[in-house]
Design a protein around this ligand. Sequence first.
Ligand code: ATP
Length: 234
Amino acid sequence: MLKVSGLNAWYDRSHVVQDISFEVKQGEIVTLMGRNGAGKTTTLRTMMGLVDKRGGSMVFDGTECLMRPANSRFHLGLAYVPEDRRIVPGLTVRENLQLGLIASSRRERMDDMVDRIAETFPRLKERLDQEGTSMSGGEQQMLAIARAMMAEPKMILLDEPSEGIMPILVDEMFELFHRMKQQGTTILLVEQNVERALSISDRAYILDQGEIVHAGTAQALLEDQEIQEKYCAV
Ligand code: ATP
């Protein structure tokens, strides 16, 4: 579904992502792990066309799209939820969800999709008419994910969704990812919560100083304390 080859990214002269290659197969959950500053966020932003100085190749669902403008990914079925959730102040949960379909040719299905999404995200269903930014951080994170799911993307990139969220919502969130996978969504996850992420992932890659230093099945990495301590301790 996604094949990234020789990806590079720079901020000015700083070479932050260095020639990395990885793939995500249809239906998989794959986690990108690594310490703070390893280059995980920059990798996702580069894939989404949000880092100007970039190079390499990214084939998504048969289409080379690395150098295409950022907004073209939406129409190919690739969604992205950045770390800062970008919930629009002054809008209700329902209205924030509707924004997820505003650029789509399926706009007329908005009400239907809000109902469907609300079934997958029960916490939002109870709060559809509440202002989005009045919810807790974890609930806002769920709203950001739900909004991205409105367009029924084939694949979603999630940047540290569990960061700063209370434990009970973290549990709910990881259950949610499992459900999204069962419903057919492919997921690339950036997470610091290594054990939780690995427990729902198929495979993982470890980034260190902008390079991929290890790749393996989630199960093998879960059992490898040494690698986890070496590259993933915060
Ligand atoms: P974290 O978990 O802390 O977000 P990360 O693995 O996602 O870490 P990045 O945010 O991709 O890492 O950062 C990789 C490197 O790029 C770091 O050295 C960081 O300081 C640098 N960097 C990130 N964003 C910018 C920017 N906008 N301009 C310049 N340098 C940046």
